[in-house]
Design a protein. Structure first.
Length: 132
């Protein structure tokens, strides 16, 4: 019973992590789409949603919560710092209208998010939201 409960808890917390990465990834995608359309006003709006979304994610997984599936991920903290640094770098670009460069820099975020999932043996996709 305890082993089954531990496995179930691990699966649930892993799903939460995958979902949370997906929320950040979706916010990045929305911002990229607006920047790609050279729509500065919408890019600013989407970036203003992306930044706090990422900050909540970073705070949650660096301070409050470390699911069993990612407990040994030695790269997670560094990847979160890289994403945070990229977003800090992009913010002034978005506000001054340098959307081409903002888009180039934001494209570097997605591989970091994907790596958080992939190296921990977690998967997401259209056919399955989670497999451990």
């Amino acid at each position: 019973q305890v082993i089954g409960g531990s496995v179930a808890f691990s699966a649930v917390t892993s799903r939460i992590f995958v979902r949370d990465v997906g929320v950040v990834s979706d916010a990045v995608s929305e911002t990229l789409a607006c920047a790609g359309q050279s729509d500065q006003a919408r890019t600013v709006t989407e970036f203003s949603r992306l930044l706090p979304t990422y900050q909540r994610f970073e705070r949650k997984y660096s301070v409050f919560f470390r699911p069993y599936a990612i407990r040994n991920d030695r790269c997670l903290a560094a990847d979160m710092q890289r994403v945070g640094a990229l977003l800090s770098k992009v913010e002034p670009m978005v506000h001054r209208g340098d959307l081409g460069e903002a888009q180039r820099q934001l494209r570097k975020v997605q591989p970091l998010l994907d790596a958080m999932i992939d190296r921990n043996g977690l998967f997401r996709g259209k056919d399955r939201s989670f497999v451990a």
